[in-house]
Design a binder for this molecule. Structure first.
Ligand code: TGC
Ligand code: FAD
Length: 402
């Protein structure tokens, strides 16, 4: 199966022409012209701007902030939102954006996920018109960076038991508590913070520099090193009523944001797996052992074939998920199944690629170990694998095991 462009020519198909090893079931051919165009433009950005710097960023534990204007110029921030200077693209386009970005690095996709699905989406879905006008255009242009605070130090899987709380004082709210593992936290101008109130969970828009609010960066991560992660601390932070999201009360607010971001992850991790397989195909074709290319061994081909099978299944799952989302019929359980399946697929493939590169696999010069380390976070955040398995179990049985 030599790497070559897909063909639509019947004669060539009948002759068994080579197909794209990263797109065995011709998912690209199922895309609209606009979807293909979006994928190609993000792919160019990743090839030209991300891949040349990402290994160094990962080693230096540095998020490349210089990419933000480039991501914004392509319309990748809040790309699904209509109006407010956003691109208004469909769900498939958003998925393809995530896939291409994560082919570069999960940290870059994380940045876009958080800005788009976890910060701009709740303002768009639950904010007042003033809040939308105030924040969304600047966020689309990358002039204002957001973060999303839900997880707390005592246990992220169970946000219903959050300790961060807000109490009314006159016309204002007073916020106390802390959040942990918050992507973009230390570089964010605006935090969307979920806190318990006497009425239930509510969303608060807390600007950087507000008295009593701090966001120190978490250091020494072995994963997502090209991404900023922080704690958020609230010590009697005064938030005016105008900074509360008026459109939602209850856990359904943050959980519906998670549905948007998890959807993007289902596509994103395919990009990481494709990057690993692409590098492995090149490596095994040229690595000579026992007098022949490594790729000529049956045991190697079995493993390569298994990777292609798993990537193809994940692509078809993501495509159908996107079609359901665009049709307005996607349910949270659909997303849980794909988040579980696709993250597991990508992590297993990255680990297997690392192994098949031998000693070279532990070098930062090869992408699989970086993707593998990143994917340890991706399979944990936005709901751990177990949480998504239990969500499917609850769907099947009608019984909650949480
Ligand atoms: P449960 O009873 O299931 O639900 C409470 C209320 O929420 C509603 N709901 C949803 N609404 C919208 N979208 C969804 N996906 C929803 N899922 C549930 C539900 O209908 C109910 O509404 P109501 O009106 O009846 O009250 O809640 P539970 O306490 O049993 O918990 C369920 C569970 C465990 C699945 C949930 O707590 C969960 O998903 N836990 C995992 C938490 C998580 O994923 N945290 C992620 C933090 S953010 C993050 O990781 C960002 S990483 C970013 C990056 O860098 O890319
Ligand atoms: P815990 O909830 O303590 O879980 C520990 C273990 O117990 C897991 O294996 C889990 O699967 C298992 N477990 C939990 N409940 C059950 C059960 N009922 N039955 C069986 N097993 C169970 N959060 C945000 O709010 N915003 C962000 O931007 C954000 N970014 C992140 C970035 C990174 C790099 C990381 C690593 C995390 C980020 N998170 C963020 C937090 C993330 O969502 C949480 O780490 C995740 O939800 C798990 O929570 P926890 O770490 O507290 O683990």
């Amino acid at each position: 199966m030599a790497p070559a462009a897909a063909t639509t020519d019947p004669a060539a198909q009948a002759a068994g022409a080579a197909i794209d090893p990263l797109d065995l079931y011709a998912v690209r051919a199922a895309l609209s012209d606009e979807e293909r165009l979006v994928q190609e433009s993000v792919a160019r950005l990743v090839d030209g701007e991300v891949l040349p710097i990402i290994q160094r960023c990962f080693e230096e534990h540095r998020f490349p902030k210089e990419l933000i204007p480039k991501l914004a110029a392509l319309g990748l921030l809040g790309s699904s939102i209509r109006g407010y200077d956003c691109a208004g693209l469909n769900a498939i386009c958003y998925g393809l954006i995530c896939q291409e970005l994560e082919r570069g690095d999960s940290g870059i996709r994380s940045f876009v996920s958080v800005q788009s699905s976890l910060c701009m989406y709740p303002i768009y879905a639950f904010g007042s018109e003033e809040q939308k006008q105030q924040y969304l255009p600047r966020m689309a242009h990358g002039e204002l960076i957001g973060c999303f605070g839900l997880t707390e130090p005592h246990g992220g899987s169970d946000p219903a038991n959050m300790k961060t709380h807000a109490r009314k004082r006159g016309k204002d709210w007073v916020l106390n508590g802390s959040k942990m593992w918050i992507t973009n936290g230390a570089i964010a101008d605006l935090a969307v913070v979920w806190a318990m109130t006497p009425e239930g969970v509510r969303g608060f828009l807390v600007e950087k520099g507000t008295a009593g609010f701090s966001a120190p960066e978490i250091q020494h991560k072995f994963s997502l090193r090209a991404s900023v992660t922080a704690g958020l601390f609230f010590d009697n932070v005064v938030v005016p009523e105008s900074q509360v999201l008026p459109g939602v009360v209850g856990l359904t607010g943050p959980l519906s944001c998670l549905t948007q971001a998890r959807y993007g992850i289902c596509w994103g991790v395919i990009g990481a797996a494709q990057a690993c397989l692409r590098q492995l195909l090149d490596y095994t074709a040229t690595r000579m052992l026992f007098g022949r290319p490594l790729a000529a061994n049956q045991a190697i081909q079995l493993r390569l074939a298994d990777m292609a099978r798993r990537i193809t299944s994940a692509q078809l799952l993501a495509l159908q998920l996107g079609r359901l989302k665009d049709a307005g019929s996607m349910q949270p359980a659909h997303v849980s199944l794909a988040k579980w399946n696709n993250c597991r697929m990508a992590l297993d493939i990255a680990r297997d690629c690392r192994d098949m590169l031998g000693g070279a696999g532990i070098s930062a010069e090869y992408a699989p170990i970086r993707h593998m380390l990143n994917l340890e976070s991706v399979i944990t955040y936005e709901g751990t694998e177990t949480i998504h398995q239990l969500t499917i179990g609850r769907e099947l049985t009608g019984l909650s095991a949480f």
